[in-house]
Write a protein that binds this ligand. Structure first.
Ligand SMILES: [Zn+2]
Ligand SMILES: [Zn+2]
Ligand SMILES: [Zn+2]
Ligand SMILES: [Zn+2]
Length: 357
């Protein structure tokens, strides 16, 4: 059922997006996707998380025999190992003082992504990507890249053009795995990002600040055993044929327009022109003109229903029952908390489109 609830729609020469193949209930799974690559957000997290699935490592048992740095949570993850170029570069990357240490995450990403297949890289660079990293940054990262690995390990497709495009794609589409929900780690909590994943199919879900889906990826769930599938769930009723959307910054859905717009531009590299932003932009202008402020009812309801009071993550209903009853239990995709909320009634047939983004 999950795999058939959405399909990729292609408008030749223009656009690709995911749409619903049938009416969808709140809480239904829309898509499950495996990352083309998962990579750590920081070198300091290599001691805490499995370098393959990024769950918390609880024993000293499995450590990479090549770099002697990366750790793994199980024999299965140990045998899957971690990106070859990153593995090779880690000892120098940790020992050296980079001139620009703030760009270590970019280097970790490039060393990871250039370790994957040329096919994965081709898929990623086919995605539309609005951000333009400065040429000086590309030059710096490439200099470091070739310094950290031997000449014979440099992939044949390593080039300015591909590095530029990969960095741009990563900024826009990188999906976070947040820090542990409960832990004693001083340097990493639920608001930190432990790792990022990059996807091909799921990257065709467009951004909206009033999304109709959100993504779950609780890698520490003891039932998942190293499973790195990301699960996209419906937030609301979605009519057949309607486009699926998600927020690329879904722990900031309650931010006001100006701050949210700037944050999306800074973190994701694009000017958000979604329906909510267009409406709130006019609202902000009117507020300045008239010196008064009124809540926008549809968005206030969405925020009340879908923003977690504990961590600002996104709340989605648990899956509907076998006989199609929508759950009143909402779960946060970041901290995992469950709360009970009344769900809206299904839309009338002719009204289906107005309930979706
Ligand atoms: Zn693992
Ligand atoms: Zn290694
Ligand atoms: Zn927006
Ligand atoms: Zn939460």
């Amino acid at each position: 059922m999950a795999s058939s609830s959405t399909k990729m729609e292609i408008i030749p020469g223009k656009d690709r997006f995911l749409s619903a193949t049938r009416p969808i209930q709140p809480g239904e799974i829309l898509l499950t996707d495996q990352p083309l690559i998962l990579y750590p957000a920081s070198l300091s997290y290599l001691e805490i998380f499995c370098s393959n699935c990024f769950r918390i490592v609880s024993s000293e048992q499995f450590r990479c025999m090549t770099c002697n740095i990366a750790r793994f949570c199980s024999a299965r993850c140990y045998s899957s190992s971690h990106p070859t170029l990153l593995c090779h570069a880690l000892p120098s990357l940790i020992a050296d003082e980079l001139q620009l240490p703030s760009h270590t995450p970019d280097l970790i990403f490039l060393l990871s992504i250039y370790s994957t297949s040329a096919d994965s890289i081709l898929q990623l660079i086919s995605l539309p990507s609005p951000d333009s990293p400065p040429y000086s940054l590309i030059e710096y990262l490439e200099t470091q890249f070739v310094r950290l690995i031997p000449r014979n390990m440099i992939p044949r497709h390593f080039s300015h053009g591909i590095t530029f495009k990969l960095l741009s794609v990563e900024k826009t589409y990188g999906l976070p795995i947040y820090g542990p929900r409960e832990s004693d780690f001083i340097d990493c909590d639920i608001h930190d990002i432990r790792a990022y994943g990059l996807f091909f199919r799921a990257s065709h879900i467009k951004h909206s600040c009033l999304p109709n889906s959100c993504v779950f990826n609780d890698v520490d769930d003891p039932n998942r055993q190293g499973d790195t599938t990301f699960v996209f769930k419906a937030l609301d009723w979605i009519g057949e044929g309607k486009e699926i959307s998600r927020s690329f910054v879904d722990d900031h859905l309650d931010m006001e327009y100006d701050d949210r717009f700037r944050m999306i531009k800074g973190l994701k590299g694009f000017d958000c022109k979604c329906h909510r932003c267009d409406t709130e932009k006019i609202f902000e202008k009117n507020k300045l003109d008239k010196g008064k402020r009124q809540p926008i009812a549809p968005y206030a309801h969405f925020i009340d229903c879908h923003v977690c009071h504990h961590c600002q993550g996104c709340l989605a209903p648990l899956p509907p029952s076998q006989d199609g009853v929508v759950s009143t239990v909402m779960q946060c995709n970041k901290c995992g908390v469950q709360v009970t909320k009344n769900q809206p009634d299904p839309p009338a047939a002719e009204d289906a489109s107005s309930r979706t983004v």
